[in-house]
Design a binder for this molecule. Structure first.
Ligand SMILES: Cc1cc2nc3c(=O)[nH]c(=O)nc-3n(C[C@H](O)[C@H](O)[C@H](O)COP(=O)(O)OP(=O)(O)OC[C@H]3O[C@@H](n4cnc5c(N)ncnc54)[C@H](O)[C@@H]3O)c2cc1C
Length: 479
């Protein structure tokens, strides 16, 4: 440990905790990070979950948000050992009858593949064309607090007006044909909210935009390499990391001028409730957690036998059928139910990353949404969805690892009830996350900040919550 007290201590070594620490260290401040788990990375962890020779990502695996993140762009990830690998196509959405709607890197190629009616492709180009052109302007606008003074108001307005809509409404009114509508529904369903709710369209727009603008890469060997890269960057700047220390009280920490918490508001209350102003305490008590995930990882005896050609080329495969089917399933989850045919997000990284599985074998990562804290076993329903679009899949399963919501939370306390975004991302909690105020990162108590994905811009491996929290610290206390 360092001889003198650090300027700042960060609790939690997820991407946001590490991004906060790096941002402070770059400004010349001394930083120590304290992490509960024996390994760092939070949602960036990779392990042999099934059989020897198979390497699985426990949490995050597709990292378009890292590729688009202004913070990550300041780090030479490849030089620090984290290579982003692009599959041939970012994402395919499967429909019955062997059909696939594929979001390709190229907008034109995507449009050309959206079914026989040219109106479908034209509608996709109309929706995404200007967003893709504005991608670089939109990056910093989208990956920060919703309430801010825009640097590119026109670009933001072109995004913001359709983004306000429910995904079902946007897809139904602006996109033509089953393929385009279903593709958009699958992208929007990453929101983990009812697709009939306002602002659910924003997730479809952001993820579609990134599919075209930066791709949906994975990380060679697993996303843990990004955590290691961030840690190496921090150590090179003089920062220190202590693992295996679950912080239960702030007075366990080394004395410092500032503490940043890469934890949920609920955990912040437990750690520092007595230091928080009454208004913050009330807001943190009212902060809501959303749906959870039920996750499976498989060791497979060979490639998944997709019926649709497009699915073989895509890194991520969405299994859920039409817009109506996806929307009905997500609606059921939002109301506390478990759909018979859940919307499944599947990633087949080993198809282009041989370090993930022994020769001739492969692996896949998948989850569906379930109500927060659900104890229902979704294994059979998820595998039935894969089998629906890839008959013969079940015969390939050599081993599976099952992570229901409780296991997700046991692995990382930020995923309350399996909520991988550390707080529901509906309209209220997107705009005011985690509370109403001009600086969402400051708790209102001197020297105490929140920097997890419970703050803007929310869930995802982008580090931008940590970056913005550290900027707030530098403006307010460590000038
Ligand atoms: C199953 C799953 C799939 C996902 N898929 C993707 C994906 O494909 N792409 C993507 O971009 N994102 C994905 N995510 C989301 C992404 O992983 C998170 O949004 C991101 O990791 C959040 O970063 P964070 O730093 O805020 O928190 P976390 O990464 O959760 O890190 C928080 C850290 O704080 C530590 N901690 C918490 N409390 C304490 C304490 N009291 N004392 C000490 N340490 C503590 C935790 O152990 C953890 O290491 C996924 C998440 C899950 C669970």
């Amino acid at each position: 440990m360092r001889a003198s007290a650090p300027d700042a201590v960060v609790v939690g070594a997820g991407p946001n905790g590490l991004a906060a620490a790096i941002t402070l260290a770059r400004a010349g401040r001394s930083v120590t990070v304290v992490e509960a788990a024996p390994t760092l990375g939070g949602g960036l962890r990779t392990d042999a979950l099934t059989l020897p020779g198979f390497r699985h990502d426990l949490c995050a695996t597709i990292v378009p948000l890292a590729a688009a993140s202004p913070f990550f762009r300041t780090i030479d990830l490849a030089a620090r050992g984290a290579d982003l690998l692009q599959p041939e196509a970012p994402v395919a959405h499967l429909l019955d009858g062997g059909r696939a709607a594929v979001a390709e890197r190229s907008l034109a190629a995507t449009a050309a593949g959206l079914g026989p009616d040219p109106a479908a492709g034209r509608s996709w180009r109309r929706l995404f064309g200007s967003l893709v052109r504005d991608a670089n302007k939109l990056g910093p606008e989208l990956l920060g607090p919703v309430v801010h003074v825009p640097r590119h108001p026109l670009a933001l307005a072109r995004f913001g007006l359709p983004a306000l809509l429910p995904a079902t409404r946007l897809a139904g009114s602006r996109l033509h044909g089953d393929e385009a509508q279903a593709l958009f529904a699958g992208l929007a369903a990453h929101s983990m909210i009812d697709l009939g709710r306002p602002l659910s369209a924003s997730f479809g727009l952001v993820l579609g935009l990134y599919a075209h603008a930066v791709g949906w890469p994975t990380v060679r060997g697993g996303t843990a390499a990004i955590g290691e890269a961030l840690a190496a960057e921090l150590r090179a700047l003089g920062g220190e990391i202590e693992t295996g220390h679950l912080v239960t009280r702030l007075d366990e920490l080394p004395p410092s001028r500032v503490v940043l918490l890469d934890v949920t508001p609920r955990a912040a209350l437990a750690l520092a409730g007595d230091r928080l102003p009454a208004g913050t305490r009330r807001a943190y008590e009212r902060f809501r957690y959303g749906s959870g995930v039920f996750k499976l990882d498989w060791a497979l005896d060979g490639p998944i036998p997709w019926t649709a050609d497009g699915a073989h080329r895509a890194g991520t495969v969405h299994l859920g059928g039409t817009l109506d089917e996806v929307a009905a399933g997500e609606h059921e989850v939002a109301r506390g139910g478990h759909p018979e045919r859940p919307f499944v997000i599947l990633v087949q990284y080993a198809a282009w990353d041989p370090s993930r599985a022994p020769a001739g074998k492969t692996t896949a990562w998948a989850y569906c949404h379930v109500p927060g804290g659900s104890t229902v076993d979704m294994t059979e329903r998820i595998e039935a969805q894969v089998e629906r679009f890839a008959p013969g899949f079940r015969d390939l399963v050599l081993a599976r690892s099952v992570h229901p919501p409780a296991a997700m939370e046991a692995h990382d306390p930020n995923y309350i009830g399996g909520d991988i975004n550390a707080g529901i991302q509906d309209i209220r909690q997107l705009v005011f996350r985690p509370r109403v105020g001009l600086d969402p990162y400051w708790t209102g108590a001197p020297g105490l900040y929140l920097c997890s994905s419970s703050t803007p811009p929310g869930g995802g491996a982008h580090g931008m919550s940590g970056y913005h929290a550290a900027r707030s610290v530098l403006r307010r206390e460590l000038r």
